[in-house]
Design a protein around this ligand. Structure first.
Ligand SMILES: Cc1ncc(COP(=O)(O)O)c(C=O)c1O
Length: 417
């Protein structure tokens, strides 16, 4: 596990090589070149401790949870509930029953949209999102707005990819029933002022959902500090397994909302005439959950607990600064998303060259980046482009990898111009 080293200037240094040693995939090669993995915003890589937690679980601990009277099932249940408490502590939720295990951010948002819509949305009501949302924070709301005759209101952004709080205030009215907003944009890197929006929304009794998919791998996300009513995030973007994610909801909201899916575990009593529902959080956890995923997510959180958030953030800031400065020196490069508050990713286009072509040439050099619309097609439309090349950084990337990216883009531009 990585340790921190205090430098002479008392700065927190980041031992990136020690961190890298924890991630076996970073020792692999692609097209005969060392893998340079710059697509962590799509899904991050996994440290050995997470891989071990998964395989140990299946090798020695697996049984279904909350069901068996036998020791193995009771132990699996303890592990599963221990994972829930770990998540509770990680996001500083008040109660562990405010933590609902789901498949990921997408399912968490769908859960809220459908349950909230069913109970609260009436014709003429409004749900507010921003212009920089991922499709998973657009389409679920479109679906429920269509179902209940409500309207989706979109907060515009400026050239840099930022929202204006005054505009949010102007758009809010007594028909606004919920605001669902991305914490960190996966396509631009913009960090939104969630707490300010929550303060404004709560003055008008409007609940706020934060899409935290991109936030939890890059710093502390404290639900009580942000005062969000709901938070959605995915394990696989924060060094945990795929197929596991979290919906956090304030107790008062989760108590109010009707169940999303029906099935085993979410019930208290079933008859053919009528069903009553289980207590929180089980009311929202129909069917056998992703037990292994929860245990893997706990291992990822334990891993993050052992590193310095300040060290990671200052390292990621250096990566962002180096990539931004060097890429802008390449003729024809334009960065999409230049918000003042920005996370460690660079989305860019090169004049006259399709992002896919650059991505393919980078791949041949072992450099993995994402190209396309990043599940944010309406956002691409606003910028008048079909897509970007996105290099997204995590705690394990190095400044040398940024240099390789820049050299790779230079080479690709030369070949394709
Ligand atoms: C901002 C944002 N929201 C939501 C999602 C959807 O996450 P998942 O596919 O894990 O459900 C993503 C994934 O890229 C994302 O970046």
């Amino acid at each position: 596990m990585a340790e921190l080293v205090k430098t002479m200037k008392n700065e927190v240094a980041w031992d990136v090589q020690k961190i890298r040693a924890d991630f076996p995939i970073l020792r692999t090669e692609m097209h005969g070149k060392p893998l340079v993995f710059l697509d962590s915003a799509a899904s991050s890589q996994k440290p050995q401790v997470v891989i071990d937690a998964l395989s140990n679980y299946y090798a020695t601990q697996h049984a279904n949870v909350h069901r068996g009277v036998y020791e193995l099932s009771a132990a699996a249940t303890d592990k599963f509930e221990e994972a829930r408490s770990t998540v509770q502590r990680f996001i500083n939720a008040e109660h562990d029953h405010e933590v609902v295990f789901v498949r990921g951010t997408t399912e968490a948002i769908n859960l809220v949209a459908h349950s909230f819509g069913r109970k609260y949305l009436q014709p003429g009501d409004e749900v507010m999102i921003t212009a920089m949302e991922h499709h998973s924070n657009i389409v679920p709301w479109q679906l429920v707005c269509q179902m209940y005759g409500a309207k989706l209101v979109v907060i515009p952004i400026n050239e840099a990819g930022e929202i204006n709080l005054e505009t949010v205030k102007e758009l809010m009215n007594d028909r606004t029933k919920l605001i669902s907003i991305v914490h960190i944009s996966n396509a631009l890197g913009t960090i939104n002022p969630i707490r300010d929006i929550v303060d404004m929304a709560h003055q008008a009794d409007i609940p706020v959902l934060a899409d935290g998919a991109q936030a939890t791998a890059h710093g502390k996300v404290d639900v009580r500090d942000l005062d969000v009513d709901f938070l959605a995030f995915s394990g696989h973007k924060m060094f945990g397994p795929t197929g596991i994610g979290i919906l956090y909801g304030k107790e008062k909201w989760l108590e109010e909302l009707p169940p999303y899916q029906g099935g085993g575990e979410m019930i208290r009593k079933v008859t053919f005439e009528e069903t009553t529902y289980n207590e929180l959080p089980f009311k929202f956890e129909a069917g056998t959950p992703n037990i292994a995923g929860s245990i893997g997510l706990k291992a990822a959180i334990d891993y993050l607990d052992n590193i310095s958030v300040e060290g990671m953030q200052s390292h990621e800031e250096k990566l962002l600064e180096s990539a931004t400065t060097q890429l802008l020196e390449i003729p024809g490069v334009k960065i999409i998303g230049t918000a003042e508050e920005k996370a460690s990713l660079v989305s860019f286009v090169v004049e006259g060259i399709h992002p896919y072509d650059i991505g393919t040439l980078l791949d041949h050099q072992g450099i993995a980046v994402r190209t396309g619309h990043h599940c944010a097609e309406p956002l691409m439309d606003i910028f008048g482009i079909t897509g970007t090349i996105r290099a997204s950084f995590a705690l394990y990337n190095t400044l040398e990898e940024i240099d390789k990216l820049v050299a790779g883009v230079q080479k690709a531009v030369k070949m394709l111009s």
